[in-house]
Design a binder for this molecule. Structure first.
Ligand SMILES: Nc1nc2c(ncn2[C@@H]2O[C@H](COP(=O)(O)OP(=O)(O)O)[C@@H](O)[C@H]2O)c(=O)[nH]1
Ligand SMILES: [Mg+2]
Length: 620
């Protein structure tokens, strides 16, 4: 379905034209009827000669209500630019046209109304003027129709013309992340809260859980309507009325977005390509204050110019825009800037998670250029550079691509070696690094371990735990990253430790002798009154090598003794089911100190479990 939006100066006949085309009076407010003037958005629909049903949004032309016009024009596929034959092009004709241009509306039809009030010659002059104002905009070359709603002259031709102009209109994309920009919220007795808007980027279904952004309120879709007909699911591009449960009408307002829960976060700052209108009244300076309008939302904003001090009318610049009231935006969204009551310019959102940049910083500007110009792959990679490591689904959100497209691009990038994927199979939650980012992690890991080897020459390697904390990696990501380093042969896996492939412990003959003596002493006298001592580093090495087992801080067994003791206890437990510290002492022929340390150690390594004063076997 397509959405058509009117545009044009006040009193040029927009609302009357909508009525003539659709049979529906778009001026629904009492005040509008009384004053004969549109104040807020009006809604209608019609079936065109081809059988295609379209929605029509009627906007106010009066300059005082431009913000309402902006709230309606966001999701429009085709603009109906209305110019009265007796007045021709007027200020809001130009301003609305400029807004359509900034928003990138590429399909339009120009309608010269009140044809009955002028002669043929005047009509031709107006037509030429209209061609001229359209020429520098996205609507250049649009068909122009002359009509009179009074006589009905030209109305059938206009309906056919709209149909034709829509033929080459783009299909709405579905990236599986619906956004309904709310333009009205009201309550209907017996139903509760209803919001309306134009649906973008995905579908909505009856029964679905939804989240309202930025308020974060949760709700459920009780019912859906389009053009006053009940529907089960709404497609992108539909005008939809959504009946929401558990929310009062004043808990959701114009400009908020209804979406599926959990993914859409309000944006505080965006990087954007900014365009100042050619007939903007003045240049704008760095740190310029304005109101930003995007879809139905508006917020005060501060514009930081990233590549110039001052932007002249007609000029373009890279800008970082701070949104004083965070709103929900996606990459590629268009916006308009007004200040205080004049349309100054607008642009395209390039990055929704903008970090603060230094000004006139070439790499930043190059990066923005790359995202703006680049292929979807470039966008994915650039998004990854900014936030790596990151999983495919978050990148898809940031680059505003569908999950499946992002997954395909990521797969391709992995094959081409520009991206490193951690883990075995690539899916939406696989963490990704750019090649450069991964090289940094790998380099840091090697550096950290190399210096550990240097400081601990008698240690076989560094514990996984210590390495992950030194690398600042946590949770599953840490495991995946360390496994990847091992798989790549950058690190070698010991039991609990990691080392560089070329690191071996080297001990002197004297140290070797010391170690042998120590182990021999333990073997001869496993339960001494006072244990023999050895330097901590040699003790560490012995325990890494598995030649000694450290049951407690100062209770160490040589391996053979330990194996014998453990077997004795386990055998006893197999036959008797349980053992106390005192029993263990007697069976092992040792002191309470040793038997307690051994049992506690067996608890620690989960061979036994303590139950009151007794131990039982944890595994058979
Ligand atoms: N003579 C004549 N008057 C028209 C025509 N279309 C609209 N009007 C009148 O122009 C006035 C403004 O129309 P309206 O639709 O409210 O303009 P809007 O502000 O652009 O929505 C109304 O009094 C209409 O009756 C037309 O084709 N011929
Ligand atoms: Mg009107």
């Amino acid at each position: 379905m397509y959405v058509i939006g009117t545009a044009g100066h006040v009193d040029h006949g927009k609302s009357t034209l909508v009525m003539a085309l659709t049979g529906i009076d778009p001026d629904r407010l009492g005040e509008e009827k009384q004053r004969g003037m549109t104040i807020d958005l009006g809604f209608a629909w019609v079936t065109l000669p081809s059988g295609r049903e379209v929605s029509v949004i009627d906007v106010p032309g009066h300059e005082r209500f431009i913000k309402n016009m902006l709230a309606g024009v966001g999701g429009v596929d085709l603009a109906l630019l209305v110019i009265a034959a007796d007045e021709s092009v007027m200020p809001q004709t130009r301003e609305h046209l400029a807004i359509l241009d900034l928003l990138g509306v590429e399909h339009g039809v120009a309608v010269i109304t009140k044809k009955d009030l002028v002669d043929e010659e005047t009509l031709q002059l107006v037509e030429m003027e209209v061609e001229d104002v359209l020429a520098p905009t996205t609507l250049r070359g649009s068909l122009i129709f002359g009509v009179s709603t009074r006589t009905g002259d030209g109305i059938p031709e206009l309906l056919t013309g709209i149909d034709e102009a829509l033929d080459d209109s783009l299909r709405r994309r579905d990236i599986g992340r619906p956004r309904l920009a709310v333009d009205r919220s009201f309550s209907i007795s017996g139903f509760g809260t209803v919001v309306t808007g134009t649906l973008l980027d995905g579908t909505l279904q009856v029964g679905q859980e939804v989240e309202i952004v930025p308020s974060k309120r949760k709700s459920r879709i009780r019912g859906l309507q389009s053009h006053q007909k009940k529907i089960d699911a709404a497609e992108p591009g539909n005008r939809v009325a959504v009946n929401l449960t558990g929310l009062s009408a004043d808990e959701i307002e114009r400009g908020e977005v209804v979406t599926t829960p959990g993914w859409l976060r309000p944006t505080k700052a965006v990087d954007a390509r900014l365009h100042l209108l050619t007939d903007a009244p003045r240049p704008i300076k760095h740190n310029y204050h304005a109101t930003l309008h995007a879809y139905a939302a508006e917020t005060p904003a501060t514009v930081r110019l990233l590549d110039c001090e001052e932007l002249q009318p007609g000029g373009k610049a890279w800008a970082q825009i701070y949104l004083h009231d965070p709103i929900a935006l996606a990459r590629g969204d268009r916006f308009v800037l007004r200040s205080p009551s004049e349309t100054m310019g607008g642009g395209t959102v390039v990055d929704i998670n903008a970090k603060r940049h230094s000004r006139n910083h070439a790499p930043t500007l190059e990066r923005l250029e790359r995202i703006a110009q680049g292929s979807p792959t470039t966008q994915l990679l650039t998004a990854l550079e900014a936030i790596e490591p990151e999983d495919v689904s978050s990148l898809a959100r940031r680059a505003n691509l569908s999950n499946s497209e992002a997954l395909n691009l990521a797969q391709q990038a992995v094959t081409e070696n520009s991206v490193v994927a951690l883990g075995d199979n690539l899916n939406a939650s696989t963490p990704l690094y750019t090649l450069a980012g991964w090289m940094r992690v790998s380099g840091k890991a090697q550096q950290v371990i190399a210096s550990y080897h240097e400081q601990n020459p008698l240690r076989i390697g560094m514990t996984r735990e210590e390495l992950r904390s030194r690398l600042g990696l946590t949770g599953n990501l840490a495991n995946l990253a360390l496994n990847q380093l091992v798989a790549e042969g950058v690190l070698v896996d010991g039991v609990d430790t990691l080392r560089l492939p070329d690191h071996y412990v080297s001990v002197s003959d004297q140290q070797q002798a010391e170690m042998n003596t120590f182990v021999a002493q333990l073997a001869t006298d496993p339960f001494p009154e006072k244990q023999p001592t050895i330097s901590p580093s040699l003790l560490g090495l012995l325990s890494e090598q598995g030649r000694v087992i450290r049951a407690a801080e100062s209770i160490i067994f040589d391996r053979e003794t330990y194996v014998r003791l453990e077997k004795t206890i386990v055998d006893h437990l197999r036959t008797n089911g349980k053992v106390t510290v005192a029993e263990a002492r007697d069976i092992l022929g040792t002191s309470r100190k040793y038997s307690l340390a051994l049992l506690e150690h067996l608890d620690d390594i989960k061979i036994t479990r303590r139950q009151g004063d007794e131990r039982i076997l944890l595994r058979a």
